[in-house]
Design a protein. Sequence first.
Length: 201
Amino acid sequence: MDFIDEINAYYDREKKAIDALDRKEINDAMNALMDAYERGATVYTMGNGGSSATASHMVCDFNKGTCYELDKKFKFVCLNDNIPILMAIANDDSFENVFVYQLKDRLTKDDVVLAVSGSGNSHNIVKAVDYAKEVGATVIGVTGYSGGKLRQKADYFLHVPVDDMQITEDLHMGFDHLIMQIFWKYLAAKNGRDAIYKINQ
């Protein structure tokens, strides 16, 4: 089978989506995350499906990747990483509450909620964000399509303006790696260190 035309079309759509990204929005969201780091605030990530994988991956990249050899670390916590607590809340309460339940009596106004939803309309994400707004926490919405309710409610945005879930999720992961790499180099230089990536040899 020859899929070359389809391959080219996919990457052409992805390149077009990259060109349409709002660099100022990304920069503003990055500054909100750096501010959280400087203040020692906790950043709670969450998502469903592929977005849950992105939310989980962010914990690895920020908690370890950005500050591996530094004394001060990011404080990222992913609310979809513990399957037993998710299943317990979903079974005994509702799936709509799997994130907000974990935030209650834990989230403070100094913290950040980084919510990942391609559509921006996932019910459990929107409910958690509504609670975050009640508390006074900062909300960063990671979205695609029109951004949905999440884009309307968020304080900062990592938005992919494309009606394609796979390209949206590709670029959400791209946001993670973009910010991680820039922060890693920035924090290394700020602490008088060389940003040298170490891999198993």
